[in-house]
Design a binder for this molecule. Sequence first.
Ligand code: SF4
Length: 322
Amino acid sequence: MRTKRYKYVYGPVASRRLGRSLGVDLVPFKTCTYDCVYCQLGRTTNLTIRLDDYVPVGDLLAEVEAKLAGPLLPDFVSLAGSGEPTLHAGIGEVVQGIKRMTRVPVAVITNGSMLWSLDVQASLMEADLLLPSLDAGDAGLFQQVNRPHSKIEFEAMVNGIAEFTRRFRKPVWLEVFLLEGVTGTPEEVQRLADRIRHIRPAKVQLNTVSRPPSEEGARSVPPERLAALAALFDPAAEVISEGFAGGTAAAAGSATDADILALIRIRPCTAEGVAAGLGLHIHESAKRLADLCDRGEAVTVRREHSVFYETVRSSPGRRASG
Ligand code: SF4
């Protein structure tokens, strides 16, 4: 069994939007321009808009290359992780480096808050798919839901996403994360739909709380209402469910405990989620997670009818970007 520990690469994750997605973490936990009430990583400890070389690009690319040398390729390499990936000043270099080593398409999962910057826009132009988010139709709800850095203004943020979408020659899929009793109403969704009409993404994808959130009060919109709200977008939004949109199957049994910990550190998962993402049999996944809990390396968190596993570190303040 492999023993290599990965610091910047995790998964592949069974992603609802991208199939089997190899995650790349460009910023240290938890560095973000937002502090969303629904964030599955917990509270933002470094709320910033400062672009910096947060992690070494060479080391990160070496890990991606090692992962891609495995027997089965993921459907996407996704730049995301422990916060907002566009804060990394070298994200353009990362995209280009991955493009040079593989034909696997590169997706960038971002909150979209830095897209007003022409430098950030330029650095993302060689990606294959951009997945920004917009969770509120006005400045007041933007503050309430996303709790942005004080220098990020709602209008500039929306205009940045719209401008990038116009300039980018490849698809933009916009995620809208709705909260019960806050943004999950027909009035608020209509406001969002009006904004999104000007952005003109290739797809709008509706999501709601399904993993343990940062704030206990962040509640999920029931599925039947989510479906009704999706119809208010023009064209209708796609509801992205928690089901696993699996691509190819992974090599059974190839994941180490380090792989499991790297995955649940970034993204709390059920035993089924770990099994689907890492190509383990469900019994093997459940057993390995139970062992990690026994050793004090993982903990369980209950949400509605599901049990999620996460690392001890992310548990205390707890809440996945982005
Ligand atoms: S959900 Fe994404 S954008 Fe919001 S705080 Fe978490 S990492 Fe940042």
